[in-house]
Design a protein around this ligand. Structure first.
Ligand code: BGC
Length: 786
């Protein structure tokens, strides 16, 4: 292998959000279609270096520097360590309350930030304690898990991702920030950008699904939405990219469990959304609970210093997850909390969440010479900079304004946006005989199931300050509000989702009685809201409790059954797919969810959601994702029934519903793909186009998805990778040509030698309505050597 000669380098181009600087140089080998794999001198090919743009709010500020230099010159070490500690209030928590007396800690200047405290009044009261009692009057920073809404709750994050509607997702984050900021919050612990490929893991509900490309776009949109354009505006909050890193790859889908993966998979699949967040100017990062390759993420020099700060140039602050410094002791990485505190701060942690490890041990660490005071200074500086940029040194109470709070929370336009986001997020999985949209007038509808009229479930987990008791609109309420007296609606809960209910038939008779009298049955089933989210892993993806048994009895009535699923993960609903008439996946749709479900069921909105995660046939296929590798014995090589290929004896390899899948009340035809060239050079741009026509009778939206396969690489490549998508509406009979542009940089991956870049050779490309449908015949193109 030879090095790139200096004269052979060229800049690829500049994007408006980030600058892409591709260093290109000559390669020894060209890969052409059909040519067998040959070793590629990959460090001679095109390395891609992405330089993050600096957001406006992070630009250097000499006045801030002077102010903070002066402030820090007056701080004692104890006061500095105080700024490196964030504690929960007693309003909420997801772990042990290590220091219950946080009010005393604020007064004494032992903490710099509080989380789980909100409302203008309460944050003002706590802020007053800091500003009026501590020697230097440094204001507190208030953080909170504003994940999918603050008071007005949007669909769970995975549901929002199913909209594939980046503008709507950005808008939801903007509204969430506006509401939270009006209740005293400065900082949200969102977006959660963990790639989720294991439906057993309860926290897939909090992320954007299994795909890196879609995940990147959503990470960017959320950061932009929360932080807005100007962090000094009182309706913006600091965003946090979490959980750094690879938390979604917990072994066996069990929460907090070990993560062990190759560096290549880490970099190509799990890290990119974090990188996208940095490129969008995210203000903070949160470490993960898990270990990666034997090192807890909270103590990982590799993740926090080498990659995050070194390679990516991140200069915001890093907070731990809840007591994750302390957890390095049971991990077996630190002998005691003293050592854990030292490991965390030396790895690059700035703020200790809830562990009191810094508070109690950093002074000693500095005295012992295990931690440099310069390390402490850097961490404190980052926290103080965030406070300064939010304007808290000018006015510590600027976010705690009860008049603004009153005028902001639950604004009508916010509720309307939540309803709109909810219907955009729903995915129509089956619609046999066009049973949907329902004809309401004059008909009788039986609404059954444990989620049909359950307010608590509508908003899902991590619903911040969302009201679970009175505000959420249930499916039953939504249908009644929409249909009024024009239809007869009867209701019976019928079944229970509690695990203990399995085997019981309590409630079945009532449900079957209303079902038999109806023209159509709407069964609202799924998981209780707290069966997904943190610490909510499952080993079965089936409908919990006795719901499946009731569903079978409902189908046996011979009436059409519409299953509305509510859950935060892909469930195994193969039986339902084969037996009910229609399935609508509604996730946990939020405060206005019931109205949104009615909008879709009655056809006021034509469903347009697409799955952001593959739905397996059963749990044994997990982890299953659309961009798997081909293996040396792909199933297509064998005759049906051949034994020695990569397959199961008892279940097909294919999923129940593939990534990107979702139906509409209309139909779309995708044309063949046209390419601008069959061969492109290192500096060229390829355009791929297809014409999509609405061939049905209703207006509707489709999501055109561009997939690429790199046929041969210096390391094996996935069978398909999403590299573009566009969602748009078409009137009946209307056509539109979508065009995607690709440069070689879009084909980059971590090559055999660990460098990131593309390789010359043959690629296959297609444009389709889902990863499971080769709607347009794949076309091939070549990228030539530089
Ligand atoms: C979760 C984080 C969350 C934190 C603070 C932890 O248990 O893992 O996602 O931000 O609690 O509430």
């Amino acid at each position: 292998m030879h090095r790139c000669p200096p004269g052979n380098q060229a800049a690829l181009g500049e994007g408006n959000v980030r600058t892409i600087k591709a260093i290109l140089c000559a390669s020894a080998i060209i890969l052409a279609t059909g040519v067998a794999a040959q070793p590629v001198a990959h460090d001679d090919s095109a390395a891609v270096e992405i330089v993050p743009a600096q957001p406006d709010w992070a630009k250097s500020d000499p006045e801030m520097d002077r102010y903070l230099d002066d402030l820090m010159s007056r701080m004692t070490l104890t006061e500095k360590i105080g700024q490196m500690t964030v504690l929960t209030s007693d309003w909420d928590s997801t772990g042990p309350s290590i220091r219950p007396n946080y009010v005393e800690d604020i007064r004494a200047g032992r903490i710099g930030a509080i989380f789980n405290a909100y409302t203008a009044d309460y944050t003002r009261e706590l802020q007053k304690l800091a500003v009026e009692n501590t020697r230097l009057k440094i204001p507190l920073l208030f953080g909170y898990d504003v994940i999918h809404g603050h008071r007005t709750i949007f669909p769970i994050s995975l549901g929002e991702a199913a909209s594939w509607d980046i503008d709507a997702i950005r808008k939801a984050a903007r509204i969430s920030a506006t509401e939270a900021a009006a209740e005293g919050i400065h900082w949200t612990f969102s977006p959660m950008v963990d790639i989720g490929r294991d439906a057993r893991w309860g926290r897939v509900s909090e992320g954007a699904g299994e795909d890196t490309f879609l995940g990147n776009a959503i990470a960017r949109a959320r950061v932009e939405g929360y932080q807005g354009e100007d962090l000094r505006a009182v309706d913006t909050v600091l965003a946090t990219a979490k959980h750094f890193a690879a938390y979604g790859a917990a072994q066996a889908g069990r929460d907090y469990h070990t993560v062990d993966m190759s560096d290549r998979t880490l970099r190509d699949v799990y890290l990119p959304p974090f990188r996208a967040a940095v490129d969008s100017g995210v203000a903070s990062f949160m470490t993960a609970f898990n270990e990666v390759d034997g090192v807890p993420a909270t103590g990982s020099q590799y993740l926090l210093s080498d990659i995050l700060r070194g390679e990516w140039g991140f200069d915001g602050f890093v907070v731990t997850d809840y007591t994750s410094i302390n957890e390095m002791v049971p991990h077996g990485y630190a002998r005691d909390l003293q050592q854990a505190a030292e490991q965390a701060v030396n790895a690059g942690v700035d703020l200790d969440m809830q562990g009191a490890a810094f508070m109690e041990h950093l002074q000693q660490a500095v005295d012992d010479g295990h931690v440099d005071e310069a390390t402490i200074d850097r961490a404190v500086r980052r926290v103080l900079e965030a406070k300064y940029r939010l304007g808290l040194f000018d006015d510590p109470y600027r976010y705690s304004d009860s008049a603004r709070e009153k005028a902001t929370v639950y604004r009508d336009d916010f509720l309307e946006a939540a309803r709109d986001m909810a219907r955009r997020s729903m995915v129509l999985l089956k619609n046999e005989g066009d049973v949907l949209p329902l004809v309401g007038n004059g008909r009788s509808i039986a609404v059954v199931g444990p989620l049909a009229d359950s307010k608590a479930d509508m908003i899902g987990s991590w619903a911040a300050a969302g009201d679970r008791e009175t505000r959420p609109v249930t499916v039953l309420e939504g249908l009644k509000a929409r249909l009024g007296n024009s239809a007869t609606i009867s209701y019976a809960r019928g079944a229970d989702y509690d695990f203990n209910a399995a085997g019981s038939t309590d409630g079945f008779d009532e449900a079957l009685a209303v079902a038999r009298d109806a023209d159509v049955i709407v069964a609202v089933m799924g998981e209780r809201w707290d069966m997904t989210g943190e610490a909510a892993s499952r080993t079965s993806l089936d409908l919990p409790g006795n719901q499946q048994a009731l569903l079978e009895r409902l189908v046996a009535t011979g009436k059409p059954v519409v299953l509305v699923m509510m859950s935060g993960r892909p469930n195994s609903i193969e039986w339902a797919d084969a037996n009910v008439s229609a399935i609508l996946h509604a996730w946990y749709p939020g405060t206005m969810g019931g109205h949104a479900v009615a909008d879709v069921l009655l056809g006021d909105y034509n469903p347009s959601g697409r799955l952001p995660m593959t739905f397996p046939r059963n749990v044994g296929q997990v982890p299953i994702h659309y961009d798997m590798k081909n293996t040396g014995r792909p199933i297509e090589l064998g005759e049906p029934g051949t034994k020695y290929v990569s397959r199961y004896l008892d279940t097909p390899n294919s999923p129940l519903y593939p990534f990107g899948y979702g139906l509409s009340y209309t139909e779309f035809a995708y044309s063949a793909v046209a390419l601008s060239a069959e061969q492109i050079g290192p500096n060229d741009t390829l355009t791929a186009s297809a014409t999509i026509t609405n061939t049905g009778r209703r207006a509707g939206e489709t999501v055109a998805q561009l997939y690429v396969r790199d046929l041969v690489g210096s390391t094996t490549r996935p069978v398909q990778e999403l590299r573009g998508f566009e969602k748009f509406a078409l009137e009946p009979g209307e056509s539109r040509t979508v065009s995607f542009t690709l440069t070689p940089a879009d084909l980059a991956f971590t090559r055999a030698d660990g460098s990131f870049g593309w390789e010359p050779g043959a690629f296959r490309l297609w444009i389709a309505p889902s990863s499971g449908a080769n709607a347009s015949v794949p076309v091939e193109f070549n990228v030539s050597r530089p």
